[in-house]
Design a protein around this ligand. Sequence first.
Ligand SMILES: CCCCCCCCCC(=O)SCCNC(=O)CCNC(=O)[C@H](O)C(C)(C)COP(=O)(O)OP(=O)(O)OC[C@H]1O[C@@H](n2cnc3c(N)ncnc32)[C@H](O)[C@@H]1OP(=O)(O)O
Length: 225
Amino acid sequence: MDATTVSTTDDIWSPSWDDPFEPTTDRDDEFAELTDALRAVQEAVTRSRPTPDAAGRTARTLRDLAARLAAFEVGEDEQISGRRWDLAGRGQTLTPALHLDEVTDNRARGRVLVGRFHSGRYAMNGGVTPLIFDEILARLANSCGRPWARTAYLHVNYRAPAPLDVELRVEAEFAGQDGRKRFMRGAMHHGDVLVADVEGLWIELKPEQTQNVSLAVGRGAEENS
Ligand SMILES: CCCCCCCCCC(=O)SCCNC(=O)CCNC(=O)[C@H](O)C(C)(C)COP(=O)(O)OP(=O)(O)OC[C@H]1O[C@@H](n2cnc3c(N)ncnc32)[C@H](O)[C@@H]1OP(=O)(O)O
């Protein structure tokens, strides 16, 4: 069935609905699968113009899923989302999934593809660009055993509209350190076109600023917590 012929009859929801709470044997990374599925829903909702009936049915299904997942709620240090360092996107869906190809002591490089969910009308939403920069700069600022630091500022320059549905390259550089201050730089390119660049400051937290916070930062599967 293609998107233009969506049925509003029961048969599109059941019994062929693949119940995500049924045990599966052929998926080896169910949480990654769940995150991907959620991203797919975000994109599909954004791209759709459902009938009121289809929208209502979809809403009820999603609310049902939310209620069922609530049974598994844990504290922030125990949740999986955002802490899967081995996955593009870390198992979260706020920020577009950033594929990190390299993180060294002083440099990080990655790729990201942004769909219509993150669109600001035929180009990436201007609020999403800092999200992506915060992601890669924070990762670099806090990697390689450096004590935890938080973003103090991000100064973003928008140089060209960032196209949707194509791969963008993102780079970060550790530009220098002065006491607790870590100066970061970054850039985003589409092909040879500079889309945006950024300067960021991260401040290393004092011990009293880190109480009751789990701060382990990983760079890959081996450090996944
Ligand atoms: C990590 C893996 C990937 C995760 C990806 C997700 C990304 C997550 C990263 C984030 O988004 S963190 C969340 C967003 N950031 C915050 O919520 C931070 C909120 N702000 C604070 O908590 C405090 O302002 C901060 C810890 C940043 C600094 O407060 P402090 O009281 O520790 O700093 P202090 O006032 O002692 O200043 C230390 C130095 O930094 C300088 N400074 C602080 N804030 C500044 C600022 N905004 N601009 C310029 N300089 C600044 C300050 O002037 C001073 O310089 P000097 O040492 O030269 O005197």
